[in-house]
Every structure is written in C-alpha cells, then in structure tokens.
Design a protein around this ligand. Structure first.
Ligand SMILES: Cc1cc2nc3c(=O)[nH]c(=O)nc-3n(C[C@H](O)[C@H](O)[C@H](O)COP(=O)(O)OP(=O)(O)OC[C@H]3O[C@@H](n4cnc5c(N)ncnc54)[C@H](O)[C@@H]3O)c2cc1C
Length: 488
C-alpha cells in the first residue's frame, strides 16, 4: 500500500531540484519545493562574480540520471551550471512543484499529528516529511572588521556580486579561498589596482582548463570519478599520496612564482588539503601583475576609505570585496527547525553538527537533511553524496508507506555514526594538517562538514535506506519491514 506523502523540500539548488526530479519520477507528486529566491540554482544563481566556475572537472558535475554532455569547457562557467539546473526543471516538468520567493521561517514537529508544521513568508503549510536542502555554502560570512560599516565606497560579498564596472577603481579583496582565487585574476583585468589581503595562503594546483573543441566527445565520467577518488588518499595525513600532492603544488608555485620572497609569502605552513586545495593557472600570475599587491595579513580596521592590515600597512581603496566564505559549522537554518522535544536543531548541534548517515537526526522525526552534517567531499563532486542522500530519502518514503511511521533514528545510531566519523577523521589532514578551516567546528574541534571517506563508500552504505538504525534504543518507534532501496 502506498500512501500519498506530502513532502516539503526546502531549497531549489542542485540537492532540492535533484530530490524533486527523483520524487516525480517515482510517481510521488504530493511534494513542493520551497525556495526563498525567485529562481532555482542555489550556489550557481547566487555566485555570479567574474571567473566563477566549477572547481572540479564539470564532467563530474551533473546528475548521473541527467548527465550534461555539452559543457563548453573542462571547468564549466557558473552561468552554464545555473542554466543546466534551469533546464532540468523545464525538461522534468518540475515547475508546478516549485514555490519560488517562499522563505521557510520555521518548522515544528507536531508529535500528536505526526506532521511538520511550517511557517513560510507566504503562509503556513503542513508536511508529513521535511527535507532540507538549504546548502552549506549559502549564507555569506561577513567578517567583523571595526569600521567596515563606515566604508564610503561599494562593499559586497563575493556571493552578492555588484555587477557595476570596476574600471579605473582601486579594489581590495579580503580572503584567498576558492572564490578569491577565481575572481582576483578577472578583477585585476579591469580594476586600476588590486590589493589582496591574505591571512593564510592556499595550496594551489594546476588546473588545465580549456574549451572543448566543437564535436569533441565528453570525457569518460566513470574514469574521471576513479581519478577523483584517488585524491582521497592524499587526505590521509602522512601518506605517500599526501607527499606527492604537496610536491605537485610546490612545483606549480615554483614554476609560476620566480621571486623567492613572494614565493615564501605564498607557501602555506599547513598540510595540502587541510583547507580546500584550489585549482588555478592564473592566480599566481595575477598576483604578480604590476598593479596588484599581495598584503600578507588580514584587515583589522576600516578607517574611511582606508583598509588597515594587521601588519600596519594601509590601503586607500574605492571598492571592498569580501571573499570571506560562508557560515558553515553553524548553519542559520538550524535555528528554524524544532523537533519532537521542543529543541531546535541548533540546540541539538550546540557542540557541532551530528547525524546518522549524514542525513537523519535523533529527535527530529521524518526529517532528512541533504548536504548537511559530514555530507561534503574535499576531493570529489558534491553530487556524489547528494545523489546518495536522495536515494536514501526515497527508500525511507517507501518504508514510511509500509509502516505508517513516523521515522526517527535512534540516539544510539546517531552516536555510533558520530563516533565512526570522529575516528576516521582523526587520521586526516583536515584534523592533523595544522590549519583552521571551515570544515571543522570551532566549538568541538570535530570535522562536521566533510564525509571522511571515499564517495563510493558513502553511496554504497547510505544510498539505500536501512531501517535498522531506527529501531534500537529510545528512538525506536517503528517495526522492521526489511531493507528497502530507494536507489532505482
Ligand atoms: C562559488 C562556489 C563554487 C563551488 N564549486 C563547486 C564545485 O566545483 N564542485 C562541487 O562539488 N561543489 C562546489 N561548490 C559547492 C556547492 O555548493 C555544491 O556543489 C552544490 O551546489 C550545493 O547544492 P545545494 O542544493 O545543497 O545547496 P545550494 O546550492 O546552496 O542551494 C540551497 C538553496 O536553499 C535556499 N534556501 C536556503 N534557506 C532557505 C529557506 N529558509 N527557505 C527557502 N529556501 C532556502 C537557497 O536560497 C538556495 O537556493 C561550490 C560552492 C560555491 C559557493
């Protein structure tokens, strides 16, 4: 017997749209995707800075059930990825299921009714199942720099790009992460001068981007995925693979930066991969442009139009670009979601995000968190984990149909998964590499953003739904009906 489930999906990025497609293809039409913005695309709608592009080979960056065969480049520009998501919505007939311009403002589990009660900017809703797909790089992080509010010129975050011209202007870019490495070379082409304020240098690897020739066959996805998985080995601290990757990055730096003094400023003092390893062939050349300055310290104050660096250096600029990343370890949406005991996800996660299977949380029945705790990958496409999670949700829905639910993972299962993640993370560069990164929760020192294993292992273990972790101990509310697969 299949009961018609009402599923509320929050967020129309690749995770929410992908789940919508799979729900519809499975014949489950009683779902809605809520999206606060007026368009789909998530990351690729919001990040429109010059140079924005995939930072893994794009052949790995489309749904396996809807592969994109026509990327224009090895690393597709962001606008193309955005267009791909829009295309998926069109070709899969998802539009009737979308509620754009609808912000989820709270979600509360009603235990008596066995339903989620949602409030949104467009009124209340109820949903038997809630799937959050709100992203982990969707809330810009703005640093607290004294005086920032008094800056008289344009100031904006890289994910909220101000498209007005930079021609003839003096620009300061704060940060040297993945966005900065892509945008600085482009900004340097246009601006009169650029100063890059670097707290910590990134490790940078050669990129090898190029346009595909007309009619060129797309690369073999399975072979590329194999290659990507090998990169996980370099994330285990002290391995040969880590040493080899370090040498590749050092050789790239030596080849592109002849000046030993500048090279020293650009050489990280932590293990490669501890912070996200970046791919660029034009970052180092851009920093050596005659009108570009590398300031090797973070900004500590803004005084009028002057940015003051920790080193004491002062830079008068017209535009301030904050390439300062996102709120990752403390996702704002966690304050909006209240579970069975009246506790919010943020309270449950007071010492850092935890879950079972990176997708379900004890105390939060019929809730599925996509692309949340330990669901990122430092070495491969985010879609590998997202697709596995979608398979898990579909299997859970089958299970709910069969049992009536609700479905709440046990405290023991969540504790066991968390202990496994911690044990495996302990040997990785993410915890042993000597850096501070957005992968690690500063409150507990736990790795909470990344899955510390290969993508294939995650998919094999968690791409299908297993009801057993929902039966043990205090969280058990359901009867076993056997293992079910949502990955069809
Ligand atoms: C600049 C940049 C480049 C990246 N490059 C790569 C790459 O090359 N490879 C890779 O694997 N990953 C990359 N990533 C990571 C990328 O975020 C993921 O690959 C993927 O796009 C995440 O999809 P998502 O659907 O989980 O989240 P998002 O794309 O962030 O979508 C979340 C959606 O939820 C909506 N939302 C949030 N809160 C609410 C609310 N309360 N109510 C309603 N709607 C809400 C947001 O508006 C957004 O549309 C990159 C990230 C950034 C920022």
């Amino acid at each position: 017997m299949t009961a018609a489930l009402d599923v509320a999906v929050v967020g129309a990025g690749l995770a929410g749209v992908g789940l919508g497609v799979r729900l519809r293809r499975a014949g489950r039409t009683g779902f809605t995707v809520l999206e606060r913005a007026d368009d789909v695309g998530g990351t690729w709608r919001d990040n429109v800075y010059p140079g924005v592009a995939c930072d893994i080979p794009s052949a790995l960056y489309s749904y396996s059930f809807l592969p994109q065969q026509r990327w224009s480049r090895v690393f597709a520009p962001g606008a193309e990825i955005h267009e791909y998501v829009r295309d998926v919505v069109r070709t899969e007939g998802l539009a009737p299921h979308l509620r754009l311009g609808t912000d989820l403002t709270s979600a509360r589990w009603d235990d008596d009714a066995g339903t989620w009660r949602l409030t949104t900017s467009r009124g209340p809703l109820t949903a038997r199942v809630l799937a959050t797909a709100v992203g982990r790089l969707s809330e810009p992080r703005v640093p607290e720099i004294p005086g920032l509010g008094t800056f008289p010129g344009r100031v904006f975050h890289s994910a909220r790009w101000d498209r007005s011209s930079l021609a003839g202007l003096r620009v300061a870019v704060v940060g040297t992460g993945a966005s900065a490495v892509q945008l600085v070379p482009e900004v340097a082409r246009e601006a009169a001068s650029v100063v890059v304020l670097q707290r910590t240098p990134p490790w940078v690897l050669p990129r090898g981007d190029r346009a595909y020739a007309p009619g060129e066959e797309p690369p073999d996805r399975a072979a590329l995925a194999e290659d990507a998985e090998l990169l996980f080995d370099a994330r285990i601290a002290g391995t040969r693979a880590e040493a080899d990757l370090t040498e590749r990055a050092r050789a790239h730096l030596r080849a592109q930066v002849p000046d030993p003094a500048l090279r020293a400023l650009l050489t990280p003092d932590y293990a490669v991969g501890c912070k996200r390893a970046l791919f660029s062939d034009d970052w180092y050349p851009a920093l050596q442009g005659p009108h570009v300055t590398l300031e090797p310290s973070a900004p500590v104050a803004v005084e009028g139009s002057t940015v003051v660096a920790a080193s004491g250096a002062r830079y008068e600029v017209d535009v301030l670009v904050l390439a300062t990343g996102f709120e990752t370890t403390r996702p704002p949406f966690a304050h909006l979601v209240t579970g069975r005991d009246g506790r919010t996800l943020a309270e449950h996660w007071a010492a850092g995000m935890t879950s079972h299977a990176s997708t379900v949380v004890h105390g939060f029945p019929n809730l599925f968190v996509l692309d949340g705790p330990n669901a990122g990958l430092g070495h491969h496409s985010a879609l590998e984990v997202i697709e596995a999670q979608i398979g898990y949700v579909l299997g859970a829905l089958d299970h709910l149909d069969a049992t009536g639910g609700p479905l709440e993972v046990s405290a023991e299962a969540e504790a066991a998964y968390t202990a496994e993640v911690d044990r495996r993370a302990a040997g990785t560069v993410w915890l042993r590499g000597g850096c501070r990164s957005w992968y690690v929760d500063e409150r507990s020192g736990r790795l909470t953003l990344l899955w510390p294993g290969r993508a294939r292992e995650f998919a094999n273990r968690f791409g299908t739904f297993d009801p057993v972790p929902f039966q043990e101990g205090s969280g058990s509310r359901i009867r076993a009906v056997g293992r079910m697969s949502g990955d069809r």
